[in-house]
Write a protein that binds this ligand. Structure first.
Ligand SMILES: Nc1ncnc2c1ncn2[C@@H]1O[C@H](COP(=O)(O)OP(=O)(O)OP(=O)(O)O)[C@@H](O)[C@H]1O
Ligand SMILES: [Mn+2]
Length: 415
């Protein structure tokens, strides 16, 4: 062989070898990716699924062709593990009824620590009215449980419950009351005993644990009082209050067990009923995700339907959320980080909703609420910012324990 031919052959073999090795390297890379399971993979955008979801979430106030009244429909929706069905085209109508029905009686609701009223709507439906205390752009300083209740947070959280498809929150709408004509004439004496006039405006301070004469809600310059209306559960659905296993001490000097021991869940929570197997602990995980999105650090207790087998953890009382949009309180995610469990359907849902769809749906859901815009833009941005933090937390668990030990539809308990 001549020198030129030898060089040509050598170069050719070199190229073949390089291409072979390069391909091998790429395949290796692919294998590694498949094995380690990473959230950075692009999710497939299914436009039909997105359109279907947009129409599921959008609200139509027209009365559907049916005989029953709105309260009956809402009552019949309730199941031990769901408050309303996945498809609920009647919701807009039901909430519109809650917004417009005549108030037959307004009373105090002495339960709880926060200012509110109990109203009786025409057609025998009770509802909780939480009044507006802050302007939308006000950022509540301090911790994720500080400040007064936020009526708009109650509304936004309900719609988030729909979008995440948890369906464990009672139905909520905004409502603007004309205090003079809608409340005063029907106020129970114990409520009107808490009425006062401040700077020429009608106000009430109610009866509750923290209620007092100096902390009141007032009408605006037009005599209107904005608030949220939460439909009361049917009387036969009695509630049982349960201490949350990740309850806070609300005391900087005193840490709760879960704050000092990352093994708290494995050592204690996973071993005791009702968390040792089944749905409850997975409900607690869903709630941690939910509360982290909304910035609620105040779930000291939760409620379930009493005497109900496999009862859901109700997402009742979400008013201490959407306070400070710049605060991402990671301690709210502690249950997820420590227990390292997540329902498969919740995980799938989060994958579907990331990359902006969640807040798009939320905007669609709330755009026609009577008190729209429900949330200040900063809170919408906060929700988007919190999504990748949730995924990082899940990824941390999966890296440690493997996907099959973290993400599951049913939890069978510790071996
Ligand atoms: N929609 C509802 N249906 C039935 N019961 C309800 C409803 N809303 C509230 N309640 C009952 O009233 C109690 C107080 O309501 P809520 O938790 O909203 O008030 P709160 O003042 O924020 O309470 P807390 O200070 O404990 O956080 C609840 O624990 C529950 O038992
Ligand atoms: Mn509360």
């Amino acid at each position: 062989m001549k020198l030129k031919q030898r060089v040509a052959l050598g170069t050719f073999c070199g190229i073949v070898f390089f291409v072979y090795k390069w391909k091998e390297f790429q395949d290796f890379d692919k294998n590694v990716k498949q094995e380690t399971f990473s959230f950075s993979e692009e999710s497939i955008v299914d436009q039909d699924a997105i359109d279907a979801e947009m129409s599921r979430i959008s609200m139509n106030i027209e009365k559907p062709a049916m005989k029953s009244n709105a309260w009956e429909v809402a009552k019949n929706w309730i199941h031990p593990r769901l408050i309303y069905p996945q498809n609920h085209p009647q919701l807009g109508w039901i909430l519109n009824q809650a917004e417009t029905s005549k108030i037959k009686k307004a009373d105090i609701l002495p339960k709880g620590t926060q200012l509110k009223m109990l109203v009786y709507l025409e057609g025998n439906q009770k509802a909780v009215f939480k009044p507006k205390r802050y302007e939308r752009d006000f950022q509540v300083p301090g911790k994720a449980w500080n400040g007064y209740d936020r009526h708009n947070a109650e509304i936004a959280s309900f719609h988030l419950d729909r979008i995440l498809n948890f369906r464990r929150a009672p139905l909520v709408t905004g409502r603007v009351l004309d205090f003079e004509s809608e409340v005063i004439p029907v106020a129970a004496e114990r409520l009107s005993n808490t009425f006062k006039i401040v700077d020429g405006r009608k106000c009430f301070y109610g009866v509750c644990y923290y209620c007092n004469e100096e902390e009141y809600a007032c009408v605006d310059e037009n005599g209107k009082m904005e608030g949220s209306v939460t439909l009361w559960f049917p009387e036969d659905k009695k509630l049982e209050k349960i201490r949350h296993p990740y309850q806070r001490t609300y005391n900087d000097e005193k840490k709760a067990k879960w704050e000092t021991d990352e093994e708290y869940c494995n050592k204690y929570v996973k071993k005791i009923e009702p968390y040792n197997k089944g749905n409850r602990l997975l409900d607690v995980m869903d709630t941690a995700v939910f509360d982290f999105f909304i910035g609620n650090g105040d779930r000291h207790h939760y409620e379930i339907f009493k005497d109900t087998p496999d009862a859901m953890l109700l997402l009742l009382d979400n008013a201490k959320s959407f306070g400070n949009a710049s605060l991402d309180d990671l301690s709210i995610l502690a249950p997820l980080r420590q227990c390292c469990l997540l329902r498969q359907s919740t995980y799938d849902r989060l994958v579907f909703l990331r990359n902006g769809l969640l807040t798009k749906l939320l905007a669609e859901a709330m755009k026609n609420d009577p008190i729209a815009p429900v949330l200040h833009e900063s809170h919408i941005q906060a929700i988007e910012r919190r999504m990748p933090i949730i995924f990082q937390t899940i990824q941390g668990c999966v890296d440690k324990l493997g996907k099959e030990n973290v993400i599951m539809e049913v939890w069978k308990g510790q071996e």
